[in-house]
Design a protein around this ligand. Structure first.
Ligand code: ZN
Length: 447
C-alpha cells in the first residue's frame, strides 16, 4: 500500500531522505536529502527551470540572497501578518496551531470562537486553554557583531529574517531586470531556493517542514489582461505537472480559494490540491497578487515601479500572476504516484515507477557473476560507455541478480543491463525492464 509510512520507510532505507540531524536525535521540521533524493529533487527542479525559464523567451531567472533587508518584510506585510493563531494548554503547557486542532475554524479564529469548539488538548486530553495569540513564523536572526549584553535598541537594529518566501527576492529585482533587459510585458521572473517558516507544529514528513525549497514565478502583466494571463499560467501548470512530471491527472484537483481564506495580497487564488496517501493537501498555488507588492515596494523604497509601454507610452505599475510550488510537496507527490507494490511470478515486490526523466538512475549495469574477471571487465566497459553518454548510470555487482533487480526496482531505475557469457561472444546484453520485468537482448551499440 502506498501509505505515508511505507514511503517514509523506503526513503530512509534507500537513501532518498533522512531525518535532519539524525545523529543527534533529529531537529523537528527538518529533513536531509540523501544521494538518491538529491538526484530526484534536482531532476524535478531542473525540469521546472527548463520548462518555465530556458524554453521561454519571456521569463528571466534570478537567485537572490536569503537574508534580505528587513524593510522587505515590512513592505510585503510579513512583519504584520505572517502569523499563525497559537494556543497554549494551561495544564501541560503544550502549544498548538488553533486552526489545526479544532474543526470548522480558520487562521483568523478568535479566543471565544476557539473555546466554543470545546477542543480537548491532543497531548493531555484536558480542556483548559489560554488565549489565542498571534505567532509570527519568520525566523529571526542578527546580522553583524551583536553581543548578548547589547541594549535592546542596538540588537534590534541588527535584526534580520531568513526569507519566508522566495517571491520577495523576485519583486525586489523587478526594477533591476527592467533596467538591464528592457523586457516588454508580459514577462516573468523566476526563482528557486530555500524559504523558512517557523511552523508551530511541523508534521506529515516533508509536507510541513520549517525549511523548504520553493519554485516561484512572478509574471508581470498589464492590469487589463490579468484574467487571460491567469488562464495561461493555469494551463501551463497543468501541462507541467501532468505531462512533464507525469503526475496522475485524476489526483490533481483545483480549489478556488474563497476570499476570506486568501492571502492578504490576493484577488484570486487557485490551490492545486493533490491526493497524497494521507489525504488531500496543497501541491501548488496560483495567485493573482495584483500590484500589491510593487506598490508597497514603491512606497517603502521611494522608487518608481512604473513600466512604460514602448509603443503606446502608457505608464503603469504592472499586475502579477504567481505560480508557486513547494519542491518537497512535489517530491512527495512524485514518490507517492510512483510507489507501487505488485506481484511477479508469485513474489511480492516494491517498485518505484518513476518517469525516466526523473529517476535518479537511467541504467544499472552489472556482470551476471562478479567472480568472473572477463565478465566484470566487459561490464565495466559497458558501464563507462553508458556513463559517458547518459551520466546517471549506476553500477551494481552485489548479491545475486535477483537481489539487484529488487533493489533497482525500489529506487526506480528503469533499465538493468546485464553482461553475461554471450556478451563476450556477440556484444549483446540483456536489458530488463523495471515495470514489466521483461528481458530483451540488445546490441551494445544500440543502447
Ligand atoms: Zn495539555
Amino acid at each position: 500500500m502506498n501509505s505515508l509510512e511505507n514511503i517514509v520507510s523506503l526513503c530512509k532505507r534507500r537513501g532518498f531522505i533522512f531525518q535532519g540531524s539524525d545523529i543527534y536525535g533529529g531537529m523537528a521540521g527538518t529533513w536531509d536529502f540523501g544521494p538518491l533524493g538529491v538526484a530526484l529533487k534536482k531532476n524535478l527542479t531542473d525540469a521546472w527551470w527548463k520548462y518555465f525559464v530556458e524554453n521561454r523567451d519571456d521569463i528571466y531567472g534570478v537567485d537572490a540572497a536569503i537574508i534580505m533587508n528587513p524593510r522587505t518584510w515590512v513592505a510585503s506585510g510579513h512583519t504584520a501578518t505572517f502569523a499563525d493563531p497559537l494556543v497554549e494548554c494551561k495544564e501541560c503547557k503544550s502549544r498548538f496551531r488553533a486552526d489545526k486542532i479544532a474543526d470548522g475554524i480558520n487562521e483568523s479564529v478568535t479566543t471565544e470562537e476557539f473555546l466554543e469548539t470545546h477542543t480537548k488538548c491532543p497531548v493531555c486530553g484536558k480542556e483548559n486553554w489560554g488565549p489565542i495569540r498571534k505567532f509570527n513564523m519568520m525566523f529571526e536572526t542578527h546580522v553583524g557583531a551583536v553581543l548578548p549584553d547589547d541594549d535592546e535598541e542596538t540588537s534590534k537594529k541588527n535584526v534580520a529574517y531568513l526569507r519566508p518566501e522566495t517571491a520577495q527576492g523576485i519583486f525586489t529585482n523587478y526594477k533591476n531586470i527592467l533596467d538591464t533587459f528592457y523586457p516588454s510585458l508580459p514577462f516573468g521572473i523566476a526563482q528557486q531556493g530555500k524559504a523558512f517558516r517557523n511552523e508551530i507544529s511541523p508534521r506529515d514528513f516533508i509536507l510541513r517542514d520549517r525549511e523548504c525549497s520553493q519554485m516561484e514565478i512572478e509574471y508581470f502583466v498589464h492590469p487589463d489582461t490579468w484574467e487571460e494571463n491567469f488562464e495561461t499560467m493555469r494551463d501551463l501548470s497543468h501541462d507541467f505537472l501532468e505531462n512533464v512530471l507525469n503526475l496522475p491527472k485524476n489526483k490533481i484537483h483545483e480549489l478556488e480559494v474563497p476570499a476570506e481564506d486568501r492571502a492578504h495580497y490576493s484577488k484570486r487564488t487557485i490551490d492545486f490540491m493533490f491526493d497524497y496517501p494521507n489525504g488531500e493537501e496543497e501541491l501548488m498555488g496560483l495567485a493573482y497578487r495584483t500590484d500589491f507588492d510593487l506598490q508597497n515596494i514603491a512606497k517603502e523604497s521611494g522608487k518608481s515601479m512604473e513600466y512604460r509601454d514602448k509603443i503606446t507610452n502608457e505608464t503603469f505599475v504592472p499586475h502579477v500572476i504567481e505560480p508557486s510550488i513547494g519542491v518537497e510537496r512535489l517530491f512527495l507527490a512524485v514518490m507517492a504516484s510512483a510507489y507501487t507494490e505488485d506481484e511477479i511470478n508469485g513474489e511480492k515486490r516494491t517498485v518505484l515507477k518513476l518517469p525516466e526523466n526523473l529517476a535518479p538512475y537511467k541504467f544499472c549495469v552489472s556482470p551476471l557473476l562478479k567472480n568472473k574477471p572477463e565478465l566484470v571487465a566487459k561490464a565495466k566497459e559497458v558501464y563507462n560507455l553508458l556513463k559517458a553518454k547518459y551520466t546517471n548510470v549506476t553500477w551494481d555487482d552485489s548479491g545475486n541478480i535477483g537481489k539487484r533487480y529488487r533493489k533497482q526496482d525500489e529506487i526506480g531505475t528503469p533499465k538493468c543491463v546485464v553482461i553475461d557469457f554471450d556478451t563476450l561472444e556477440d556484444d549483446t546484453v540483456t536489458i530488463r525492464d523495471r515495470d514489466t520485468t521483461n528481458q530483451v537482448r540488445t546490441k551494445i551499440s544500440d543502447l
